[in-house]
Design a protein around this ligand. Structure first.
Ligand code: IPE
Ligand code: IPE
Ligand code: MG
Length: 261
């Protein structure tokens, strides 16, 4: 995917904008319970937050936004909550796809689609097809997604290539694995946000987030807004990403001094 290049600097735009932001949208249930409302009201309020965050990403020229909407493990929730979440997913796809297209947003749903009803699978395909020519933000919704599922399905595809005689085990590289996981062709997440106060990965983008910068906030997802997102982006812009190197090497690199290995 093309890099849109640096965005215009203003008081709101941080110095360095991440190419890919991944978010675990957590805390909907608690948000509702705090208000004496059913958990589902929190999920509905969470959809409003999604809309606002997508718009902010479009404005900032962020290339990829990946949102964790439903994990492989969320099937363990009470059947009624699962059913309501599936209905909300369907409703939201119906309502939002046109708006996404208008905003030049390409929608992808990553995860194991086979776990969904056939109606929902058809809707997912239609929504993806409607926006596939969009060249702005790539919005990935992770639904029935788990990092372990992702690695397992990649391993299965690679094993098939080997069985077919198309590859030798020695030719399996990190790049090849990356090319078979669900986010193939997209940059890895630079900024990994989790709302709702928990300090765990919950099986999200395990392979892809090897070097993501983490931003954990207590703010519950329905309360996540432009100000909190900007704070996360400012925090990210101030981080020094070393990828195993030393601070001195990074400083040298920034000064464009050759021979800084
Ligand atoms: C995240 O909010 C949304 C989904 C997992 C679908 P939660 O529903 O996990 O909210 P809390 O963590 O119970 O507050
Ligand atoms: C992670 O949230 C999954 C999503 C946000 C969709 P959970 O609330 O399900 O995570 P755990 O189970 O508390 O780790
Ligand atoms: Mg939760």
């Amino acid at each position: 995917m093309d890099n849109p290049g640096p965005v215009e600097q203003s008081a709101e735009t941080p110095l360095r904008v991440p190419r890919h932001v991944a978010i675990i949208m957590d805390g909907n249930g608690r948000w509702a319970q705090e208000r004496g409302l059913p958990r589902f009201s929190g999920h509905k309020a969470g959809v409003e937050t999604v809309r606002a965050v997508v718009e902010q990403c479009v404005k900032l020229n962020i290339e990829v936004l990946t949102l964790f909407a439903f994990s492989s493990e969320n099937w363990r929730r009470p059947p009624r909550e699962v059913r309501l979440l599936m209905d909300l997913f369907m409703l939201t796809l119906n309502r939002e796809v046109k708006r996404l297209k208008r905003n030049n947003v390409r929608l992808r749903i990553i995860g194991d689609h086979s776990g969904f009803s056939s109606r929902l699978q058809v809707k997912i395909r239609e929504a993806e097809e409607m926006t596939e020519a969009c060249t702005g933000l790539t919005l990935q919704i992770a639904a029935n997604y788990g990092g372990r599922w992702d690695l397992t399905q990649a391993a299965r595809k690679i094993a098939q290539l080997a069985v077919n005689g198309d590859i030798e085990p020695e030719s399996i590289t990190e790049e090849m694995l990356s090319s078979q996981i669900s986010t193939a062709g997209l940059p890895d997440p630079d900024l990994f946000i989790r709302t709702g106060g928990e300090k765990r990965l919950s099986n999200f983008l395990l392979w892809q987030s090897a070097y993501a910068e983490l931003y954990l906030t207590e703010v519950l997802w329905p309360d996540f807004n432009a100000a909190v997102f900007s704070q996360a982006l400012r925090d990210y812009a101030g981080r020094q990403r070393r990828f195993g190197r030393t601070t001195e090497q990074i400083i040298q690199q920034q000064a464009n001094v050759p021979g800084n290995e």
